[in-house]
Design a protein around this ligand. Structure first.
Ligand code: EPU
Length: 340
């Protein structure tokens, strides 16, 4: 295993921002990982695990520690019967290639999460979700290396404490676990309505009323291509902000300011407000702020056009957060993790 030094993080994150990491190494096996973590601990080095860098923002000063690039592979059928199939998938596998395999196997559960950039191991961290599905719906358990006890542990779905774009891995246990593989339970049934609004709209527009896994995957790929910039072409990390969750009692007041308010009842006394819509209402869609473009097809996405680095990105982000706070008294949060 090779340990590289002074590697520019901007070459390893899709926002293309970030100074050098002191050390970087690719890990292909659990043994390699154990060895590396122990070396880092002995040298008092901080650790950060990177998948494909599509949901991570690095800083201009880089990272004074060891970045581990997760490359542990594997795609194994654990259980297979007439109604469902349980799969164990290595953390380093590409997420969309995995979705494609499950769609080819005519399995249902992650087909609406097609074309999301990133790796399988990153998906539980922010409880990846799209078009009505999220990882928490199908994840049975995962195996992780616990860096505090140096043991491989199994965490079941409940232990991950999933919520909207959140889990213990980016919350109270940030930095503790290194995800090695995930176990998903997928169904042998066809995808069924009701579908997420924009997906249903797409089916209606195209006159599609037979739903297979492949039809759903193709529709999601087409919708995403329309609304989300390809990180290979335009530097971005997908949604840059989370959607806002507000207490229901605030809705009446908010509707006086925003009579056409878009909202989704979460069923627990809170309501989700689409942040992209709020940013658009605040007049920021399409604007260039400190070299960061508020994407003109989806205001939830920031594209790095000409930012000089993290400082510019942070200025743009903070201006957008302030505009939404001042206009609507809603505090929106950044979605990608900080590599720090
Ligand atoms: N909207 C606007 N203007 C905008 C953007 C959105 O009015 O500029 C409106 C849309 O018209 C729609 C509503 O906001 O009525 C919600 O938009 P959309 O369905 O496109 O989804 P989103 O809330 O913008 C979330 C996820 C996406 C995921 C889509 C589809 C988050 C932070 N983002 O976006 O995930 O693909 O739903 O399920 O929850 C990502 O996390 O990187 C990501 C792309």
């Amino acid at each position: 295993m090779q340990i590289h030094t002074q590697i520019p993080l901007k070459n390893y994150t899709t926002m293309r921002i970030g100074g050098p990491t002191r050390f970087m190494a690719d890990v292909h096996t659990i043994d390699e990982l154990k060895q590396l973590v122990q070396t880092a601990k002995a040298k008092n080095l901080r650790l950060f695990v990177l998948g494909s860098g599509s949901n991570v923002i690095a800083h201009d000063e880089g990272f004074d520690g060891l970045v581990i690039r997760m490359r542990i592979l594997g795609f194994e059928i654990i259980e297979d019967n007439a109604t469902y199939c349980v799969l164990k998938i290595g953390a380093g596998e590409d997420w969309d290639a995995t979705v494609k395999k499950t769609v080819d196997m005519r399995l249902s559960g992650i087909e609406a999460m097609s074309a999301i950039p990133g790796t399988v191991g990153a998906s539980p961290v922010q409880n990846v979700g799209a078009y009505g599905q999220e990882v928490a719906d199908t994840l049975v358990s995962l195996e992780a290396y616990d860096t505090t006890t140096n043991e491989v542990v199994t965490l079941d779905n409940q232990a991950c404490e999933f919520s909207y774009r959140h889990s213990i891995f980016r919350g109270r246990e940030l930095g503790r676990y290194i995800i090695l593989n995930v176990t998903l339970k997928l169904w042998k049934s066809l995808p069924k309505p009701p579908f997420y609004d924009s997906l249903q709209q797409y089916f209606d527009d195209k006159g599609i009323n037979i739903f297979t896994h492949q039809i759903v995957r193709d529709a999601v790929i087409a919708i995403r291509a329309e609304k989300l910039p390809d990180p290979k072409v335009l530097a971005n990390t997908g949604s840059f902000f989370k959607n806002a969750i507000i207490e229901n009692w605030r809705l009446d007041d908010l509707r006086t300011k925003l009579p056409d308010l878009k909202s989704y009842d979460m069923g627990d006394g809170t309501t989700k407000i689409p942040t992209g819509w709020l940013i658009e209402k605040a007049g920021l869609k399409g604007q260039l702020l400190h070299g960061m473009r508020v994407y003109d097809k989806n205001a939830l996405v920031l594209v790095n056009e000409s930012a000089s680095g993290y400082v510019d990105l942070a200025s743009a982000r903070d201006e957008i957060i302030a505009a939404i706070r001042d206009n609507y008294q809603i505090i929106i949060e950044q979605e990608p993790l900080e590599l720090a």
